[in-house]
Design a protein around this ligand. Structure first.
Ligand SMILES: [Cu+2]
Length: 182
């Protein structure tokens, strides 16, 4: 477990550094469609494995339980993108809130694939290039969010049709959003 833990700690450091520049809360426009990035990290075990700041939530799933779920090929479903509605009217914003305890991203990808944390990819048996550019994904303050963070992704420039989004830390956290003309 040495190598995965080390790489995961690296991801936690990325998260910690990003939390310094946490984005401002969105304007709260009521027409925005809302998406929650959720997890269930248990703080003591996650921070023992990954370092302080890795889990700011009050979840119940221990670090080893999460790792076991990945190794078993059944990634824990409490790490997920939750949306009340999977379509958005073009022009409305996608209001994204990280209600979990870990750092997550809501990154558009052309197809679902590996994330940016090689240890997690390895645990899941994912190989190949990340599904999105990692620097851009982690650098987008609208969608790369520490625990409690929120941001708004505008849809005015998006094409009508289905768009795929993925957390570039936890690649099983995915969403399909249907952008509609009206
Ligand atoms: Cu995530």
């Amino acid at each position: 477990m040495k190598r995965p833990l080390t790489a995961l700690a690296g991801a936690a450091l990325v998260a910690a550094s990003l939390s310094v520049s946490a984005p401002a809360t969105a304007s709260g426009v009521s027409s925005d469609d809302r998406i929650q990035m959720q997890d269930d990290c248990e703080q003591v075990s996650f921070e023992a494995a990954l370092g302080g700041g890795a889990c700011g939530g009050d979840g119940d799933t221990t670090f080893s339980e999460l790792v076991s779920s990945l190794l078993a090929g059944r990634p824990d479903g409490k790490w997920r993108m939750h949306s009340d509605d999977t379509h958005v009217r073009r022009g409305h914003g996608l209001h994204i809130t990280n209600t979990g305890g870990e750092f997550h991203t809501f990154t558009e990808v052309s197809s679902f694939g590996p994330g940016c944390v090689s240890a997690i990819n390895d645990l899941m048996g994912l190989s190949g290039a990340p599904a999105a550019d990692c620097g851009a994904a982690f650098g987008d303050a609208r969608t790369a969010l520490p625990a409690g963070g929120s941001g708004t992704l505008p849809t005015a420039g998006m094409s009508v049709g289905t768009h795929l989004f993925e957390c570039m830390v936890h690649p099983w956290m995915t969403a399909r959003i249907d952008v509609r003309r009206r």
